[in-house]
Design a protein around this ligand. Structure first.
Ligand code: ATP
Ligand code: MG
Length: 604
């Protein structure tokens, strides 16, 4: 296929010498400087010709692979009515994150942040039998989210491009197959795009449903932290479970004892008091790891209260004294309920919770023996091992327990993942110590289950003529975000350096100097490359200095560079090199096209 070169004499492009003032990451800085995108408003970007070339190529790879698993492309509007989102409660649940608007008649609309509702209703509209299933539909379309903090250019936009796919199957087994097909397509897509990725097990969050995985690009600019095991397996910290350790033998531990420990409401205070008054038998100093810290947390249940209304519950979470609670991890254990730090009202009605001296003996399973009518639930962090002995509150002012043993003296209602994950923590797969890495979420696959079909009444008749809800999955890729991640991973201090598959062109031909012979040689080379279907960016600008042309070339980042200039006139050669300046050779003009074609084949 012929390709018409992009000629820089006419190309709609203006590269910038200076960094844009508010560019917070390299990809945003370079994509603007090299003339790929322009800022329209915070988190809202205009695509320029070079940017669109790259975007179109990424979309083409996504389309090919998603079509390849039998999904069919559709296209929804971005402007949608309120009602379907009302039915799934997402009109409220999305909070300030959606753009809501009214039409001239006062009806409510929104700019879609994602399209589960509309796909569900479309299938409901058109399909009614198990014979119609399975079906997977997708679109590549613009999404809107009023992100609290748009940042990092295309990485977190308020308008962005997403590939979103939705599978509809008659049963759970079908869903698992659709999910695994989609996951496989993602792996091929990211491999073809040259994007480094890890797949992390994720909690499903506000989408609802069960199994879910995220594809993260490991990049320092990422806002997501993931835990990486030596085996290469990775987890979102919210989804990480602490491996269970064997119960400890407490036969040698003395019985629990209450001791006056005044002025010891903090971990440091407890350690100082205990060291001064009760030196340990084993001679070492008291440490935060000896202390069981009991924190009151408020759980905000969305329903299940009086008349099934929302209600608020105070619970106590016991964690090792050297660890901080990670509210996001802890909250994931209570979904769909949310949590926050307890306030004074939460503590009212619970005089047994003595500030600074809260301990397990008045909580949960042992509360009844302490004479408490309506006990507060006691949850214990997974790092607290059965049989371990603790220094902790005794529920009296200025009194603490020593040698209170979990599993001997007290129990908990439930084990939870409450504390922050640390590098060096053990991996659940038994492969060793975890490290913590930063990543950007580039895609996510969800087994939604029946959530949306139940909410929107999507049913089909099964083989026995019975109406059954349809199993659904949803699968997203942040197409514009992926572009930014590729730029982030492929650049140097001079500019972008695209992988050949998605570069705006494959060869950048530069005609330099004032001699028309160099321009003629370059013209010929470009025509030859065009006829071979090689994509060319051609710097044919007159009266632009070679220095400027070289700088622009480095900024724009096309993988192969061919320069016609003084040497072409003097020696009949064209210089061919890689974007980073490496492997530079001078080849006779008549061999230039062959050499470039060979180099290109080697790059692919
Ligand atoms: P994040 O946690 O980064 O906000 P998300 O989990 O809310 O993302 P999803 O609802 O899973 O996002 O959307 C599917 C994909 O869309 C994400 O995996 C991500 O690649 C992309 N995406 C989400 N929000 C944005 C945004 N504000 N700008 C660009 N891409 C986005
Ligand atoms: Mg997500």
């Amino acid at each position: 296929m012929n390709f018409t070169a992009l000629r820089m004499s006419t190309l709609f492009l203006r590269t910038l010498r200076e960094d844009p003032a508010d560019a917070d990451v390299d990809s945003a800085r370079l994509l603007q400087r090299a003339g790929y995108i322009r800022k329209a408003a915070p988190g809202i970007w205009t695509w320029l010709p070079l940017g669109l070339q790259v975007l179109n190529k990424i979309e083409a790879v996504v389309r090919e692979e998603i079509n390849g698993i039998g999904a069919q492309e559709v296209h929804f509007p971005a402007l949608l009515p309120r009602e379907p989102y009302e039915a799934t409660h997402r009109w409220e649940e999305y909070g300030d994150n959606i753009f809501r608007l009214k039409d001239r008649h006062g009806a409510d609309y929104l700019l879609a942040p994602t399209h589960e509702e509309m796909f569900t209703l479309l299938v409901k509209d058109m399909y009614s039998s198990y014979k119609d299933l399975p079906v997977t539909l997708y679109q590549i379309q613009t999404k809107y989210r009023d992100e609290f903090r748009p940042r990092a250019g295309l990485v977190r936009g308020r308008e962005f491009i997403m590939k979103d796919a939705y599978s509809f199957t008659i049963d759970e087994e079908g869903l698992r197959k659709a999910y695994s097909d989609e996951r496989g397509a993602y792996e091929r897509i990211f491999r073809r795009l040259g994007v480094n990725y890890v797949i992390v097990s994720a909690m499903s969050g506000p989408m609802g449903g069960s199994q879910s995985e995220e594809f993260l690009a490991p990049l320092a600019i990422g806002e997501d932290t993931f835990a990486l095991a030596p085996s290469g397996k990775a987890w979102n910290v919210e989804a990480l479970t602490t491996p269970k350790t064997d119960d400890l033998d407490y036969s040698q531990i003395p019985s629990a004892e209450k001791r006056a420990t005044p002025d010891a409401k903090t971990i440091d205070g407890m350690i100082a008091r205990a060291d001064a008054r009760y030196p340990r038998a084993d001679g070492r100093a008291w440490a935060a790891t000896d202390i069981l810290k009991n924190v009151v947390i408020a759980v905000k249940h969305p329903d299940g209260g009086k008349d099934d209304k929302p209600w608020r519950e105070a619970v106590v979470v016991g964690v090792p004294g050297d660890r901080q609670i990670d509210m996001k991890r802890l909250e994931a254990q209570f979904a769909p309920a949310e949590i926050e730090e307890a306030n004074e009202t939460d503590l009212k009605g619970h005089p047994e919770l003595v500030p600074g001296y809260i301990g397990p003996m008045v909580l949960g399973p042992q509360a009844k023996s302490a004479g408490i009518e309506h006990p507060v639930r006691y949850l214990i962090d997974a790092h607290v091992t059965k049989g371990s002995a603790w220094f902790t509150g005794a529920d009296e002012n200025e009194v603490d327990y020593y040698d209170l043993v979990y599993g001997r003296d007290f129990e908990a209602d439930r084990t939870v993942e409450a504390v922050e994950v640390r590098p060096g923590d053990l991996s659940p797969d038994g492969s060793g110590a975890l490290s913590l890495e930063r990543g950007v979420e580039i895609g996510q696959v969800f087994q939604l289950g029946l959530k949306y079909s139940n909410a929107l009444d999507l049913k089909v008749l099964d083989q026995n003529g019975k109406a059954v809800p349809v199993w659904m999955g949803s699968y997203g890729i942040g197409v514009s975000r992926v572009l930014a991640c590729i730029a982030e991973a492929h650049h140097d201090d001079k500019g972008l350096a695209w992988p050949v598959n998605i570069a705006p062109a494959q060869v950048h031909v530069l005609a330099t100097g004032k001699n028309h012979e160099a321009f003629e040689a370059a013209d010929k080379l470009v025509a030859e490359l065009e006829s071979r279907g090689i994509e060319v960016l051609y710097d044919d600008r007159l009266k632009v200095s070679p220095g400027v042309k070289f700088k622009d070339s480095e900024l724009i980042g096309v993988p192969l560079v061919a320069v016609a200039g003084r040497d072409t006139v003097n020696n009949g050669t064209i210089e061919i090199r890689n974007r980073d300046g490496s492997d530079s050779v001078a080849v006779p003009v008549e061999h230039a096209a062959d050499t470039l074609a060979d180099r290109l084949a080697a790059l692919r």
